[in-house]
Design a protein around this ligand. Structure first.
Ligand code: 6GU
Length: 225
């Protein structure tokens, strides 16, 4: 998979996508991430990419021309399955969306800033608008990093143990059960006996019960369906 990310803050995206699982995915060639600095497409020599909004009001808006230039350039090089705009007024991001997007070949992500981007870019190019939750971030970069991470780890061959993505929280609509490692007793707290029993079927049953209990307690909204 290839992901192209358009941003005014390219440095903000480098680090989160260059560690651990994302780093390995990129090194293995399973995930290609290309970050494009919108300033390279500025309308003048001062690097201008934003302007005050028509109708007045506080905050700058990212202009049509720089965005259109970089989007057109990228579109001329390959077909994009989705052109995603990260915005707090988009549809809320869920694991199902990550699963669906992980099956695509080419994704483009546009990070907004300030008051956002000119509506006409959304009308002309954007095919999917995503918010990562009901709170406001300073820009779309961290959201783009979150999408890229959550999608990238689902690509075949990225995780060592192919089954481990299937046992994540949310993947089966349940939260994940508790996990333990050595020592078997810590500050008087013991690992549940069942996990030391070696009865694999019973352990799986216990894990499922724990997952259901946790989900009922913490996220009853997930239990509706
Ligand atoms: Cl995608 N962008 C911004 N700026 N804020 C957000 C968001 C995205 N999702 C939730 N809040």
């Amino acid at each position: 998979m290839r992901i192209d990310i358009i941003t005014v803050l390219p440095d903000l995206l480098e680090s989160p996508l260059n560690h651990s699982i994302m780093k390995r995915a990129r090194e293995k060639g399973l995930l290609e991430v290309h970050i494009h600095s919108l300033r390279d497409y500025a309308i003048n020599k001062y690097g201008q990419v934003d302007d005050t909004q028509f109708g007045g009001g506080a905050g700058m808006v990212i202009m049509c021309e720089p965005l259109s230039k970089v989007i057109e350039k990228l579109k001329s090089e390959r077909n994009y399955d989705e052109i995603i705009y990260l915005t707090p007024d988009g549809e809320t991001y869920h694991q199902q969306t990550a699963n669906r997007l992980s099956l695509k070949e080419n994704l483009m992500m546009i990070c907004g800033h300030y008051k956002g981007i000119d509506q006409r870019i959304r009308d002309l190019y954007v095919t999917l608008e995503i918010s990562i939750g009901d709170y406001v971030l300073s820009g779309g970069e961290l959201a783009a990093a979150i999408l890229t991470d959550s999608i990238g780890r689902l690509l075949p061959g990225v995780l060592n143990d192919e089954t481990s993505a299937l046992t994540d929280s949310h993947q089966d609509g349940l939260l994940a059960p508790p996990v333990y490692t050595r020592p078997a007793e810590f500050m008087g707290l013991k690992v549940p006996d069942i996990l030391l029993s070696g009865h694999f079927a019973k352990i799986e049953e216990w894990r499922h019960e724990q997952a259901v209990e946790r989900t009922q307690q913490r996220r009853p909204d997930l239990m509706k369906d």
